[in-house]
Design a protein around this ligand. Structure first.
Ligand code: DGJ
Length: 715
């Protein structure tokens, strides 16, 4: 039976009628079908199948939403305890609806219901046709008399069938984020998860790559890219059964988080976002980048602000005079903004170190007697913008906030407190605390409407996990805390839609796509050593477009200024360095680099990215960005630590038009130096550049080159 609503196709079940539900993009099909038992099965995930009639031949891969207590002996996606003590759930197909949300964006909602208990599960999918991205999330609700308990509530369950499976994870620690490690999966389970609460991604990022049959390659092979849009505890569980079938379960980490769901309340999971490429990793990344810019990121299609930050050069030790000098340097550099970091607030407990003051968001008068106002004015006098660091979700026990509002802090009432970076986490499950945190931004903006940017930090995981507000619902804390954070961020976005913000969490402790719907960029790592950054930006670049990766030139690494700046230019360029540490030529070089970045931002920030040479597989690295019309491209080539006598091979480019002629020009050269590249100022066809390539690497250490490749008007 088919019922047409306005703009919606609704299909409901009729006994014995087999339903086929196709969730599709230009290149992917995810297909479900009902069976005689009335239950819903995944029948396909892979390269797009174009002939509708074929779908009936597809074998059943596994139930679409596996539950606990029935016939399956592996990990379920939903586990529920009814209030009569019965732990079973069996879901049958009821109906599904397909609607177009906007051109090339479709939503499919499949309703499943238990025959015995009044429990309903909706499997929801949003497909982005051109970008080949699918979002999956689940809604669970019931009409039992009393609350039921959810023990498992995954966003997505995907069945994958291959001969072999290779999983790439992105894990690490502070200052060594997103190390990529690939491993084959065998029978049993591999779990990637976090229990950190806030700063959730400090050890493990919320994304993975799953390559089928062979290790992941850039330009060939079937590969699934998945990520969870949740700024808290998540899990990805990969389980291979006795028949070598893989299931991937993704969702909130249910650890210590059983959830009591009231009748008629809807438990909506976060979105699991994935793509499936049959042309390797490169295509999957480009699809993710395009989708993110168009649909997910805050201000996804707008340019970003270049900036000079003061954290690496002053830490907490600054005054008005010093900041004014740094602002002068921002002007010399030609960046858009000066960003004042940590250390500007607190009076009873001035924030002169990370031991105190967090929570007391009044300017330290001893340090900045004329307040933020004066700094905003100084910036505006110099025609640059002013940005400000905040860490609004946290509190130092040595602060007035803690003295007055212990009840707002996540802490045990009866135990000695344990601190991470001398601080604690505010209880965002409490609406009053949400008001307080929103108020920090709101008060600052109301007092100083010219603040043009916030860097929003979050340095501590949740410690001492007890919410004074949630009382007997402690197991809701990890979830309600994140929901509370989203309430705050939503209010900020609604009231201050034009204020860009950087997501920071002691480096890359937060890097998920839900948070990035509120933030224009994120801080990938406190480690700004340029060699380390090549790896770090390489890792994040698998999922995030370069405009989201804040990359600052600092003095962490001892490489030449040019090398450090060229690496930062692959992301969203910024500086955190004193000009007076550089000689005049280096200063001029940096000014010029800022100009080049601004001129080419539409290619680096908006273009398609091609990873050409992996630092994981060689002593060099190369990435290029190509504008949408393929007229301009920017190539970044780095010699990291080549071996003595190593042979240098030509680098083949990608993404160009083979039939057009391109001119090669090395840019970002130090003043008074000339390019030593034989190809500089030469012209080549796109075909030559992609089939033969250019010699751009050398055997020297930490040498970088940026090459602009533009279509020649005179052909
Ligand atoms: C951690 C951040 O990652 C740094 O960039 C800096 O803002 C410090 N916090 C300030 O405390």
């Amino acid at each position: 039976m088919v019922i047409f609503l306005i703009g919606v196709v609704r299909i409901t079940a009729k006994a014995d009628e087999k339903k086929i539900i196709r969730i599709e993009t230009d290149n992917i099909s995810l297909i479900y079908g009902t069976n005689k038992d009335g239950r819903l099965y995944q029948t396909y995930l892979g390269q797009r199948l174009h002939h509708d009639s074929d779908a009936v031949h597809l074998p059943l891969m596994g139930e679409a939403c596996l539950t606990h207590g029935m016939e399956d002996y592996f990990e379920p996606a939903v586990r529920i305890l009814h209030n009569d003590g019965n732990p079973s759930l069996l879901l049958k197909y009821v109906s599904h609806e397909i609607r177009q949300l906007q051109p090339d964006v479709n939503e499919t909602v499949i309703r499943l219901r238990d025959d015995v208990y009044p429990v309903e599960v909706q499997l929801c999918y949003v497909s982005y046709v051109k970008e080949n991205i699918i979002k999956a999330y689940t809604e669970i609700s019931h009409r039992e008399k009393k609350a039921v308990t959810l023990y498992r509530y995954d966003s997505s369950l995907l069945h994958v069938m291959g001969e072999k499976y290779y999983l790439t994870e992105f894990s690490g620690d502070w200052a060594r984020e997103v190390n990529m490690t690939e491993q084959p999966l065998a029978f049993g389970k591999k779990i990637l998860d976090t229990k950190l609460g806030s700063r959730a991604n400090m050890f493990c990022s919320p994304f993975f790559l799953l390559s089928l049959d062979k290790v992941a390659e850039e330009n060939s092979g079937e590969i699934l890219f998945g990520t969870i849009a949740w700024t808290g505890n998540f899990h990805f569980t990969f389980e291979i059964n006795q028949q070598n079938q893989l299931r991937i379960l993704s969702g909130i980490n249910p650890y210590a988080s059983e959830y009591s769901l009231a009748p008629d309340e809807i438990f909506r999971t976060p979105e699991f976002i994935f793509t499936y490429s049959t042309e390797g990793k490169g295509k999957a990344s480009r699809d993710f980048h395009r989708w993110a810019r168009k649909y997910q990121l805050k201000d996804g299609e707008k340019p970003r602000l270049t900036l000079l930050n003061n954290w690496e050069t002053t830490a907490f030790n600054f005054n008005e005079e010093k900041l004014a000098t740094i602002m002068d340097e921002a002007v010399k550099l030609g960046v858009d903004m000066f960003l004042l970091d940590d250390g500007w607030f607190g009076n009873k407990h001035p924030r002169n170190s990370d031991k105190q003051g967090l929570g007391d968001w009044e300017v330290t008068t001893a340090k900045l007697p004329n307040g933020i106002e004066k700094l905003v004015q100084e910036a505006s006098k110099r025609e640059i913008k002013f940005g400000l660091w905040i860490e609004p979700e946290m509190v130092n026990p040595r602060s007035e906030l803690y003295e007055q509002h212990k009840d707002w802090v996540i802490r045990f009432p009866n135990r000695k407190e344990y601190y991470f970076r001398n601080q604690m986490v505010l209880d965002l499950s409490n609406p009053k605390v949400q008001d307080f945190v929103f108020g920090i931004v709101d008060n600052l903006m109301r007092k100083y409407p010219d603040i043009a940017y916030f860097k929003w930090d979050c340095n501590s995981p949740i410690t001492n996990i007890y919410s004074p507000y949630l009382k007997d619902k402690q197991s809701h804390l990890y979830i309600e805390h994140v929901r509370g954070l989203y309430n705050i961020l939503e209010r900020v976005k609604q009231k201050y839609p034009d204020v860009p913000m950087m997501l920071c969490s002691g480096g890359g402790g937060r890097s998920d796509y839900k948070a990035l719907s509120y933030f224009t960029e994120f801080w990938p790592s406190d480690n700004t050593d340029a060699v380390e950054r090549i790896f770090i930006q390489w890792g994040y670049g698998h999922f995030f477009p370069s405009k989201t990766l804040a990359a600052h030139v600092t003095s962490w690494g001892k490489q030449p200024v040019k090398f450090r700046t060229d690496v930062a230019m692959m992301g969203k360029l910024g500086f955190d360095i004193r000009m007076n540490e550089m000689n005049l030529k280096e200063q001029e070089y940096c000014r010029n680099a800022v100009k080049n970045f601004k001129r080419l931002e539409y290619v680096i920030g908006e273009g398609d990215m091609y990873r050409l040479i992996s630092p994981y597989r060689s002593n060099h690295a190369a990435v290029m960005y190509v504008s949408e019309n393929k007229k301009t491209s920017v190539l970044f080539a780095f010699d990291i630590h080549p071996r003595y006598g190593e042979r240098i091979y030509p680098l083949r480019l990608e993404g160009l038009n083979p039939n057009k002629i391109y001119k090669i020009k090395e840019i970002n050269l130090l003043p008074d130096t000339k390019s030593i590249l034989a190809c500089n100022e030469q012209t080549y066809s796109g075909e030559y550049l992609m089939k033969v390539g250019l010699t751009v690497f050398s055997s020297a250490h930490t040498v970088s080159k940026i090459i602009e490749i533009s279509q020649n008007d005179i052909e």
